[in-house]
Design a protein around this ligand. Structure first.
Ligand SMILES: Cc1cc2nc3c(=O)[nH]c(=O)nc-3n(C[C@H](O)[C@H](O)[C@H](O)COP(=O)(O)OP(=O)(O)OC[C@H]3O[C@@H](n4cnc5c(N)ncnc54)[C@H](O)[C@@H]3O)c2cc1C
Length: 469
């Protein structure tokens, strides 16, 4: 017997057998690269897995699943490692790491992309934009395509082109039995339905196929700033302004202490500000006309909403979400922003302590709401607004206080909640009832039936879990 990690012992021969047939790398806790590979994006998560199986291909994924099943080792699945609550790593478990799977193949004629699971959003954008195309995805380049897509996938072009899952055409999946299957509208359609919104529950996706849409390469986007004390009026104006906005427009509102960036006037650095960030992907002259009233509202203190490459805008938030800082998030959806919610939002925003904390309020609707609710497992198509209340500190210092601020803020808004986006949920505090509410009762029952079919032993359970029982 050999001790691989505290609390878990495995037959030495079993691990040796796995390693011998593995094309990628098996990393144990004594290996030099263990510290590097056990880390995930959220620095507040400090887990010590037993083994990290860095897969080089589908065969490795199959071997890893079969090994874990045979030896009774709990497994977690990691692609981009950006789960807010750190669901892709656990103590004494085996991390099945898809990170090394970096293949992307664009077919510009058919306008499709085949994307392996370790691909990050910026990597996908780089390949698609070479052809003036894009797949709807998120707003930070180092997020994983896999986890983001399997929960739904929201981002800057969602109001025109829908969620990531709305452009998903096919997935390759390794099941809990270590079998390989494909799911699409024609093959295993019920699995394909569940994969689009609750995907981490049913298998390990090794490759995605997306339909692509033309975007840019030049778009009109960037933040407009006001002092945070003006936020009650700014939010009310924004609410009316976006009420009938064309689907070419998507906006995010951010409250934070102004970062010391060159385009922010020096006297504002560290001062509380509110930003409205439009992203217009239609005709640029029409966009300028539509955005004008917002950028002329009140006392704008900085305005960097301008024509620029889509790729540049996609990385705009990267400096706010640097890997390995400490983070905590809780999300909620609401049909609309009412006056009470505005008061609560501004009240809490003014109490932000950390210079790194920033929380986005997302304008939803548009193409997301034009797709039938039955089309996929995703449960939040009718959201008008999505809050992702989050905090960040450099390290443990001040983190507990800032996290308590998130919890209090979320509690104050809870009564207005209509749904929640699973990728913006935290862990531990999310009960089965809340996961059920993320999908709605009838979809949840349908997902449970699917779970019983594809994963009756709940092998895939380090996720927003749909229990088979
Ligand atoms: C900085 C940052 C920015 C974000 N921005 C956005 C955004 O703009 N839009 C948005 O929609 N979301 C956003 N999110 C949330 C994001 O969608 C989720 O955190 C998502 O889970 C990240 O996917 P990942 O592959 O990086 O994560 P991982 O931590 O690797 O995985 C997350 C979950 O997905 C499961 N999973 C991972 N890979 C697979 C796979 N191949 N097969 C089956 N299950 C798998 C894991 O088991 C785990 O439960 C953001 C998160 C961060 C940290």
């Amino acid at each position: 017997m050999t001790a691989i990690a505290e609390g878990l012992t495995l037959e030495e021969t079993a691990v040796a057998e796995l390693a011998a047939g593995f094309r990628g790398q098996i990393v144990g806790c004594d290996d030099a690269s263990y510290e590097e590979h056990r880390k995930i994006w959220n620095g507040s998560i400090d887990k010590r897995p037993a083994l990290i199986a860095r897969c080089a291909g589908v065969a490795d994924v199959i071997s890893a699943v079969r090994f874990a099943r045979k030896n009774g080792v709990p497994a977690t699945i990691r692609s981009g490692g950006h789960s807010f609550p750190g669901l892709s790593v656990a103590d004494e478990a085996m991390v099945i790491d898809l990170g090394p799977l970096k293949g992307v193949r664009i077919d510009p004629q058919r306008r499709t992309a085949r994307v392996q699971s370790g691909v990050l959003l910026g990597e996908l954008d780089k390949e698609t934009q070479a052809f003036g195309l894009a797949a709807p995805a998120g707003i930070v380049t180092h997020t994983g395509v896999a986890g983001l897509t399997l929960g739904g996938g929201i981002g800057w072009i969602q109001r025109k082109h829908g969620l990531s899952i709305d452009k998903l055409r096919r997935v390759d999946v390794v099941t809990a039995d270590g079998e390989f299957v494909t799911a699409s509208a024609d093959e295993n359609p019920e699995l394909f339905w569940g994969m689009r919104g609750a995907g981490s529950n049913f298998g390990i996706v090794t490759e995605f196929e997306f339909e692509l849409v033309p975007v840019g390469p030049t778009i009109l986007a960037g933040p407009i700033f006001w002092k945070m004390e003006d936020s009650p009026e700014v939010l009310r104006f924004w609410r009316e302004w976006v009420a009938d906005s064309p689907d070419d427009l998507m906006t995010i509102v951010v409250h934070r202490k102004a970062p010391p960036l060159p385009f922010v006037p020096e006297e504002l650095h560290g001062q509380p500000v509110v930003m409205v960030i439009p992203c217009w992907i239609g005709d640029l002259d029409e966009g300028e006309k539509f955005i004008k009233p917002m950028r002329e509202f009140g006392n704008v203190v900085a305005d960097v909403c301008t024509r620029k490459p889509y790729l540049m805008h996609q990385s705009m938030f990267d400096p706010s979400f640097v890997p390995h800082r400490w983070y905590y998030f809780r999300g909620l959806d609401t049909p609309e922003l009412n006056d009470e919610m505005i008061d609560i939002t501004v009240d809490y925003a003014l109490r932000i302590k950390s210079p790194l904390t920033s929380f986005p309020i997302w304008q939803m609707g548009g193409a997301i709401s034009h797709v039938s609710d039955d089309d996929s497992a995703f449960g939040a198509r009718s959201a008008g607004i999505t809050y992702n209340i989050g905090c960040s500190t450099e390290n443990a210092e001040g983190f507990d206080e800032e996290r308590q601020w998130v919890r209090d803020f979320w509690n104050a808004l809870e009564g207005y909640q209509s749904s929640v986006y699973v990728n913006f949920m935290s862990d531990g505090e999310e009960s089965e009832a809340r996961i059920r509410s993320a999908y709605g009762a009838s979809k949840y029952d349908r997902l449970k039936a699917l779970k019983r079919q594809w994963d009756p032993d709940n092998f895939f359970r380090s996720n927003q879990n749909i229990s088979p029982d």
